[in-house]
Design a protein around this ligand. Structure first.
Ligand code: AMP
Length: 422
């Protein structure tokens, strides 16, 4: 029997802990730092440094560390654990450049003919601005490095593009002093997941998300207000095309470049009229996509992630339930702008008790017996259903049992899928 440590403390990590706990050979799940909801499925521990994580793993005989967020990966936590012979699910710092540097990702795609938007990669303002001469609009200006979701500007004309470039080089928009400028692509976006052990890759589900704060996909961008899986737009043929033209060539390219990728490749895809193109790579699970994915995942998650971590992916058995899943995010009013913490959330037990429903916590704390809000995105109310429409009805049934006047959610998660009759 195996002890497992999950790094992170959001809804994604709650979904991973919950599913890991159900693995046949899992003994105890630990989560660092976790949150009040995760504490119902795992033991939460505070581990403030890579040293503390290594010491904890040794003291508790940890059989696998699963790293949730991108920052510890980019900071080299997987390298450190590997050097200590502790099995880890997550790529090395060098391989994490697929997410940490958009320029690295684009240059790799160009070198290995992986379909993505045409682009230029610049380390000074004048070259970046010169590249815009004669270009048509909209055009997309991206900060090279991590920018907490704020590093992509869709510029409608040259003056907006110039302003975006100025803001990125001056540091007003974070993400380092290099920019990628790329062709604007039109189509439907899909989040596509594949596991890799460094040599090969297998598909691990796909979902669609809603980034805008308000109904009708209006309002400011957020970390994600809801997801559903599987989206009907993603046909078997498009899945095959994605594996053959994007995922498998990327895994082969990374190996050839001396930075084999182990972990989960989260491809942001654009389904254009003519083909599938890669918008971006993330080197970890998506949040809130993982909440919908884990609802449907039907295998032994520990054995699957361990197989990917130890070069035995060909032994992994991946299966998903045939039902659909939906995750409706409940956030504190004001999010993604200013909001207050500390309001009491009631009714969680009743909502969680509904058949096929699981509430994942993204930002809660416990005060006495009460759960209180402790962040912008607070809950991921997740449900299964025979169709996307049923999963939606079940999610909102659970939402309606939650008594939290200071919170809000979108009421139209999944609208696009429903236009397909899903
Ligand atoms: P990224 O972080 O690169 O995925 O960009 C964030 C979001 O910006 C994506 O989910 C898209 O909605 C949008 N976006 C990024 N690149 C493009 C592009 N080339 N064309 C159209 N939209 C894009």
């Amino acid at each position: 029997m195996n002890n497992i440590l999950v790094i992170g403390g959001g809804g994604r990590e709650h979904a991973l802990c919950w599913r890991l706990k159900q693995s046949r050979t899992a003994k105890q799940i630990f989560c660092a730092p976790g949150n009040a909801g995760i504490a119902e499925d795992a033991i939460c521990v505070a581990l403030g440094s890579h040293d503390a994580i290594v010491d904890f793993c040794k003291a508790n005989n940890i059989a696998l560390v699963v790293i949730g967020p991108e920052q510890p990966l980019i900071d080299g936590l997987a390298n450190r654990l590997e050097a200590e012979n502790i099995p880890v699910f997550g790529p090395s710092a060098k391989a994490s450049a697929l997410e940490g540097s958009k320029g690295f990702m684009k240059d790799l795609c160009k070198k290995y003919h992986i379909p993505t938007a045409d682009y230029g990669f610049f380390n000074n303002i004048s070259d970046a601005k010169q590249f815009l001469a004669g270009k048509s609009y909209p055009i997309v200006v991206k900060a090279n490095g991590l920018a907490a979701g704020k590093g992509v500007i869709i510029a409608l004309n040259e003056s907006e593009a110039f302003a975006a470039i100025d803001d990125m080089f001056s540091g007003k928009i974070s993400g380092g002093s290099q920019v990628v400028i790329e062709e604007f692509l039109e189509g439907e976006e899909v989040s596509f997941f594949a596991l890799s052990d460094g040599d090969t890759a297998i598909e691990f589900g796909y979902a669609q998300d809603h980034k805008r704060a308000h109904d009708g996909d209006l309002g400011p961008n957020t970390g994600g207000m809801g997801t559903y899986a599987p989206p009907p737009v993603m046909t078997d043929e498009l899945r095959r095309e994605t594996m053959e033209k994007i995922i498998l060539p990327t895994v082969a390219a990374m190996k050839k470049e001396g930075c084999a990728f182990k972990g989960v490749l989260f491809a942001g895809l654009m389904l254009t009229k003519t083909s599938v193109k890669l918008l971006e790579y993330n080197v970890r699970f998506g949040d809130p996509e993982t909440q919908s994915l884990m609802m449907r995942f039907d295998g032994d998650l520990f054995q699957t992630l361990l197989a990917a971590s130890t070069g035995r992916l060909n032994e992994a058995k991946i299966s998903f339930r045939k039902e659909s899943a939906m995750c409706v995010v409940m956030a504190t009013k004001g999010y993604p702008g200013a909001y207050e913490k500390g309001s009491v959330i009631r009714g969680l037990e009743k909502a969680n008790a509904l058949q096929g429903v699981k509430i994942f916590h993204a930002g809660t704390e416990k005060k006495g017996d009460d759960f209180i809000s402790a962040g912008g995105r607070v809950l991921g109310v997740t449900a299964l259903g025979a169709t996307i429409g049923e999963a939606q009805a079940n999610s909102y049934k659970a939402v309606d049992l939650i008594d939290w006047p200071e919170g809000f959610c979108r009421r139209d998660i999944g609208w696009r899928a429903l236009t397909y009759g899903a």
